[in-house]
Design a protein around this ligand. Structure first.
Ligand SMILES: Cc1cc2nc3c(=O)[nH]c(=O)nc-3n(C[C@H](O)[C@H](O)[C@H](O)COP(=O)(O)OP(=O)(O)OC[C@H]3O[C@@H](n4cnc5c(N)ncnc54)[C@H](O)[C@@H]3O)c2cc1C
Length: 395
């Protein structure tokens, strides 16, 4: 078997690359290999309108299952409605579009056992030769990165009656603070349909699923809603990077193999969200004159390095959040942040804060003890054992 480009892993990042290549480079022979029997897993991928340019919105639009014009946040001391759009793609909406565009080029239930720059070897021993192999097999774990976690369990439910929400509640932090910064995230998909996620910015990745289900049940009851049916469940434990060494992260496995998505550490350091970076990577790959592994390896690694450089400010904030604030007081950092002007909040989530924004985020009466904040900010953290890189890829 052979293809020009083999995409290992049929998750968000490789699906977007596949779609973009089909549209812009239809002559390229693609093969998208997904281990599970469902392309795209069980996810709801959301993003702020400001995260993407209008051109990016235009090609992503067919994937979007639901959009809202505004959203709100709730904290113990105030609530706020933000007049900024929010969009969600579901696994289902992604799957439908990708399968229609790729047809036979998608193979589900196919596990890639080993990867090299010019070949993927499947679990059954089949060898697939390729001009390029792109590793998009998802989160590789914590190697060379010091992490906290944004972890959650979400349930999509139908209610007996209309919920009455006009838009998403992205953070309801009026709930009891346990296991770090805790909030409930609610997306109203239809008049009676909600996705409700109990979320924690925690030191540990593990999820106590039954306890989280009970918390969701309690939240529903507290709002006077009654569940009619359960449509699905999803869970995640997303990496929140405090410090690390991006060059060692890349050098650790599969030398010369291009990467995408979480495998390439292309995610927002403070939210663990990867969709905007994945959209931009798909455009960059589809625009590359050379689609062979050496060129795509250089492209994906340099984008990852550049994202790491841009992420320095966010990692500093993460250290404040995780190290300077007592776990049950972490919400105050976000409460402080959400009092700032809307455009600043938009640029923060889009990963493009200006220097002025950074100063505003860090100024004012600090929501954490000053001495601890300074120590957290100035101490990058446990040094990984690997060799020091001289490219500035480490903090
Ligand atoms: C439940 C959940 C909700 C999230 N919500 C958001 C959100 O709202 N917005 C946002 O921007 N980000 C969100 N994220 C974070 C991040 O964007 C996602 O994790 C995203 O799916 C990462 O994309 P990816 O392509 O790197 O990896 P994945 O989407 O995880 O894709 C990896 C794929 O590779 C497959 N695979 C693994 N090993 C093999 C193998 N050996 N052979 C073949 N296939 C293999 C997996 O089955 C999987 O389908 C969420 C994450 C989770 C878990």
């Amino acid at each position: 078997m052979r293809a020009d480009v083999v995409l290992a892993g049929g998750g968000l990042a490789n699906s977007l690359i596949a779609l973009r290549l089909r549209t812009l480079r239809p002559e390229v022979e693609l093969l998208l290999l997904e281990r599970d029997d469902r392309l795209g897993g069980r996810h709801t991928w959301s993003f702020h309108h400001d995260d993407l340019s209008e051109e990016e919105h235009a090609w992503v639009a067919p994937l979007v299952a639901r959009s809202w014009l505004r959203h709100e946040v709730r904290f113990p001391s105030f609530s706020r409605q933000l007049e900024r759009g929010y969009h969600s793609i579901t696994s289902e909406s992604l799957r439908v579009v990708v399968q229609e565009a790729l047809g036979e080029r998608v193979r589900q239930g196919v596990e890639v056992a080993t990867l090299a720059a010019d070949e993927a070897v499947l679990r059954d021993g089949t060898r697939v030769g390729a001009g390029a192999v792109i590793d998009g097999r998802g989160d590789p774990g914590r190697g060379h990165l010091e992490l906290g976690f944004q972890k959650f369990l979400g349930q999509t439910v139908t209610l007996e009656r209309e919920h009455g929400l006009a838009g998403p509640i992205l953070m309801d932090a009026t709930v009891a603070q346990t296991d770090g910064f805790r909030f409930v995230y609610t997306l109203p998909f239809g008049g009676r349909e909600l996705l409700i996620e109990d979320t924690r910015y925690s030191d540990t990745p593990g999820l106590e699923k039954d306890a989280l289900r009970r918390e969701i049940e309690g939240y529903v009851r507290a709002h006077g809603w009654r569940i009619h049916g359960m449509l699905g469940e999803e869970e995640g434990s997303l990496p929140i990077v405090l410090s690390g060494d991006i060059e060692s992260f890349w050098d650790a496995t599969n030398p010369g193999v291009p990467r995408s998505g979480m495998r390439a550490a292309l995610f927002h350091p403070t939210t663990g969200y990867s969709l905007p970076e994945a959209v931009r990577l798909a455009d960059a790959i589809a625009g590359s004159a050379d689609l062979r592994s050496p060129a795509l390896y250089a492209l994906t690694r340099s984008r990852s390095r550049e994202a790491w450089r841009r992420g320095r400010f966010f990692r500093l904030l993460n250290r404040m959040l995780y190290r300077a604030a007592e776990p049950d007081r972490r919400y105050r950092v976000l409460e402080h942040f959400y009092r700032l002007p809307e455009p600043l909040i938009g640029r923060f989530y889009a990963g493009r804060p200006t220097w002025r924004d950074k100063i505003r985020v860090l100024s004012g009466r600090p929501p954490v003890p000053v001495g601890r904040a300074l120590r957290a900010v100035l101490t990058p953290g446990p040094r990984p054992a690997a060799a020091v890189s001289d490219t500035g890829g480490r903090d």
